[in-house]
Design a protein around this ligand. Structure first.
Ligand code: DLL
Length: 423
């Protein structure tokens, strides 16, 4: 759709959403009243900036159903994501919302090459997490054959992949790497499988990790993005060009803001992604602060899609560690390690505070082959990684090489950081 047409669709849908939220959700009504706004003040897309933001805290304050905009009888599905603090974040879908979700996930899978002939193995967790069922409904809408394995049980996962002729794998990137590792241990090679592509998301991953997964599984690795609060997976996804993720902006209207000041930033400037759902009935979200840091571009994409693209998520504003005053993202560590290419891609950051001073230790796994190496060589490698990390992070880190498989593998989202500081 050309931009002018798309903007007209978005504006009409936005007006409708604001009207419904004002009428049906006391939280939104009182927020707008406090800002001196009536629904008719949001007449066009340019006016969206007048509206207050919605945050995770607002969801907690309205736990569990306070932000729903329809009678509970119309809610046909509930999902939730576990937060770091206590109660989960709850989201509700109407039947129509489930249809929209399937549609945006079908777009995602189609862009990754899926069609009616595909065998799609869903190895995202099924349950309250949106990954499993989100991919499942999208795959069914495409008309592919869905293999709903859920996450875990990796050897069996691989056996099914081989025997059932799986062509497309859906899981977290860290789990894809774990699957690749197990494949080797089982004495199998990518050519023993029919796998052609994977749709990976739910956690940040670097360009280098993509290369690693693509090489080890001999597939095209597509980045897919989403969050429960907005719908789940299906918010944005890469096309065959693998050059930014197309946001399904006919359903989710994006903005980038400066996370400190809240001011809207233009294309190309890095900031926090803010999303407004413009078709969702069950639980509309107005200017939701995702905490995810990225950039937007309206430049045309070689694939021909006109949807705006977001860059790979660079990290979360709240995942960012502040170590001795310096901002550190776990993804920077990943880029350094994979760049050196001398260790396995498994790592963990441990932060401690000793004598009021932050201390960063990075555990890095060596490969089986290196494990038997002489101690001197390993020490040299530790120092080499320390030097590389120091120059990229701007803060010193102690590197500890650990034996193969000693860092816990994840079947869902990887746990990259252990922060022992009592702040
Ligand atoms: O992770 C939904 C999802 C499932 C997306 C499967 C993709 C695939 P939540 O559990 O609510 O929902 O977590 C959402 O995960 O705000 C990001 O911080 C992070 N995230 C999701 N996709 C990506 C990605 C699902 N492709 C949170 N790259 C989001 C980086 C991602 N981070």
């Amino acid at each position: 759709m050309v931009r002018t047409e798309l903007s007209a669709v978005q504006a009409a849908r936005l007006r409708d959403t604001i009207e419904r939220a004002y009428r049906q959700v006391p939280f939104y009504r009182s927020r707008m009243q406090a800002a001196g706004l009536l629904p008719e003040d949001i007449a066009s897309l340019e006016h969206i900036g007048k509206l207050p933001f919605t945050t995770k805290q607002d969801m907690r304050d309205n736990y569990p159903y306070g932000l729903f905009a329809v009678p509970l009888a119309e809610i046909v599905r509930i999902h939730a994501s576990s937060g770091t603090t206590g109660k989960p974040t709850v989201v509700g879908y109407t039947k129509r919302d489930i249809g929209i979700w399937a549609e945006v996930m079908a777009r995602t899978l189609t862009a990754a090459g899926a069609n009616r002939q595909s065998f799609i193995q869903v190895a995202y967790g099924y349950g309250l997490f949106t990954g499993g069922l989100g991919a499942h409904y999208g795959a069914e809408l495409v008309g592919a054959s869905v293999i709903p394995v859920s996450s875990g049980n990796t050897a069996r996962q691989i056996m099914l992949m081989k025997d059932f002729g799986t062509t497309l794998l859906a899981c977290t990137p860290s789990y894809a790497l774990y699957i690749a590792e197990t494949l080797g241990e089982m004495g199998l090679e990518p050519k023993d499988l029919s796998l052609r592509a994977g749709v990976f998301g739910a956690e940040p991953w670097s360009e280098r990790m993509r290369k690693e997964i693509e090489a080890r599984l001999s597939i095209k690795a597509i980045d897919i993005y989403g969050l429960s609060e907005i719908i789940g997976p299906g918010v944005a996804s890469e096309c065959e060009c693998q050059d930014g993720l197309h946001i399904n902006e006919d359903h989710f209207y994006p903005e980038i803001i400066n996370p400190q000041t809240g001011e809207t930033l233009p294309d190309g400037e890095k900031g926090e992604l803010v999303l407004t759902t413009i078709t969702k009935e069950g639980m509309p979200m107005i200017r939701y602060r995702t905490r995810d840091l990225t950039v937007l571009t309206h430049e045309p994409c070689a694939c021909g899609r006109t949807l705006v693209r977001m860059g790979k998520v660079l990290g979360r504003s709240d995942d960012m560690l502040i170590i001795r005053g310096v901002n550190v993202f776990p993804s920077q560590v990943e880029t350094v390690l994979l760049g050196l290419g001398e260790t396995s891609p498994h790592y963990q950051l441990i932060v401690d505070r000793e004598d009021n001073l932050d201390k960063l230790t990075v555990l890095v796994e060596v490969t089986e082959a290196m494990f038997s190496d002489e101690v001197r060589r390993l020490e040299t490698l530790e120092h080499k990684i320390e030097a590389a990390l120091g120059s990229v992070l701007g803060v010193s880190a102690q590197v500890r090489l650990v034996g193969p498989k000693s860092i816990e593998r994840s079947e869902g989202k990887a746990k990259r950081v252990i922060d022992n500081r009592k702040l």
